[in-house]
Design a binder for this molecule. Structure first.
Ligand code: HPA
Ligand code: ZN
Length: 326
């Protein structure tokens, strides 16, 4: 097995990370106080104790409730900068974070406030730690396609400040098909498309995301193994999967880490990557996810190097930066 310090030192990119999911209980309480909001918990410990999830929806309920403390540009800045500080400790050299604008515009927090806070922190993170970034705007799939269309319109003034659009939230019953028209608009704007698929939803949602939304990466995708033809296609076309091991165990996609299929997929030649998804809720940042997989399943030095390399090649960084890291 690869040594922890070697893993930390490998240059890695994080491609599946929700900024709202990096809101640590301590910061949640601090922002609640700053914004004069009362949380339905007595303490940081009581809040952490509530992080026991039976499925994706259980988690999403707490995640949306927590995000309500984010109100000002400064709040989005503090959230994002705290995440980047953790990245620096873990040897993360490049990040492609998601944010969910609809979670905030629904509370009358403007798109401008969100973009300004996040972008300023990404610049500061680059200055302080040399971390490069590409931002991804993500639609909430439990809302209507019309709502996504309005959200895309609201984001147009920041067109040059994000590179892709994603699709997250409650997967089952909200197939990629529901968002086909708005993703046509996304791609017509020259933006890349990605989507969560095959986390709780069936393998068919992965095929739909590829065929109907024309995504260039699949977020999660671990249920691909239920369709052998699809597995072959993902390998042939080298479609990256942004896998989130601790998330999958905490949301009961796999009952324990030793059951996780990521290393089997890697051994079959799929372009899989390791990511943290919502680290404040799932018990670990990027390096913790690598260590959890290593300790439960095993990870050789060559496999770790391949996983780190996949994260760089599957990223949207420019080719010059990529060459520097490889
Ligand atoms: N799945 C779907 N929606 C999400 C997730 C996830 O893992 N994290 C934050 N929003
Ligand atoms: Zn996710």
């Amino acid at each position: 097995n690869i040594d922890t310090e070697l893993l930390r030192a490998l240059p890695k990119a994080e491609l599946h990370l929700h900024l709202e999911g990096t809101l640590e209980p301590e910061l949640m309480f601090a922002l609640a106080e700053r914004n004069e909001i009362t949380l339905p918990y007595d303490s940081v410990e009581a809040l952490r104790d509530a992080y026991e999830f039976g499925n994706l929806q259980d988690f999403l309920n707490l995640y949306y409730q927590g995000a309500a403390v984010l109100q000002s540009e400064e709040d989005f800045y503090d959230l994002t900068l705290a995440y980047l500080a953790r990245c620096a400790e873990d040897g993360v050299v490049h990040v492609e974070p998601f944010f969910d604008p609809q979670t905030h515009t629904a509370r009358a927090i403007t798109m401008a406030c969100q973009f300004r806070g996040i972008l300023r922190a990404l610049e500061e993170g680059h200055k302080r730690w040399g971390i490069t970034s590409r931002l991804i705007l993500s639609f909430l799939r439990h809302l209507s396609e019309e709502d996504a269309v309005v959200t895309l319109q609201q984001a147009l003034p920041w067109r040059e400040h994000f590179v892709a659009v994603g699709l997250d939230s409650s997967e089952k019953g909200n197939p990629p098909e529901k968002f086909q028209r708005v993703f046509d608009q996304v791609r017509a704007l020259g933006l890349k498309a990605v989507a969560h698929a095959g986390e709780e939803g069936p393998a068919d949602y992965i095929a739909q995301a590829l065929d109907l939304l024309k995504v260039v990466r699949i977020d999660h995708g671990v249920r691909c193994t239920e369709d052998e033809q699809l597995v072959k296609r993902l390998i042939d076309q080298q479609i990256p999967l942004t896998v989130c091991p601790l998330s999958n165990v905490r949301l009961k996609v796999f009952s324990q880490m030793s059951d996780h299929n990521i290393m089997q997929l890697l051994k079959r030649g799929m372009c899989v990557t390791i990511n943290s998804d919502d680290p404040a809720y799932f018990g670990g940042y990027l390096l913790d996810n690598f260590l959890a997989v290593r300790d439960a399943i095993g990870m050789s030095k060559a496999e770790a190097v391949q996983l780190a390399r996949n994260s760089l090649t599957a990223s949207f960084m420019d080719s010059e930066t990529l060459t520097q890291h490889l």
